[in-house]
Design a protein around this ligand. Structure first.
Ligand code: ZN
Length: 70
């Protein structure tokens, strides 16, 4: 059995099934591989809430909290 404090992927038994399902859907959306619109690198990702950037070429764009497109 897992001891308290040990981390598993996701939220475990916290918050109830409804929220866990929502979280995993949002999480997979967030972790999805994205292509940089400028250089085509797959490193393109979220830098902060609402800010998406490419570490390769420095391209930065505003988006929503969990996705680039609105
Ligand atoms: Zn780029």
């Amino acid at each position: 059995m897992l001891k308290p404090g040990e981390s598993l992927k996701g939220l475990r038994q916290k918050y109830g099934i409804k929220h866990r399902k929502k979280f995993s859907a949002v999480h997979s959306l967030l972790k999805q591989k994205r292509k940089c619109p400028q250089c085509g690198s797959l490193k393109f990702g979220r830098e902060a809430v609402g800010i998406w950037s490419c570490p390769k070429c420095g391209y930065k764009v505003a988006g929503t909290a969990y996705d680039v497109s609105v």
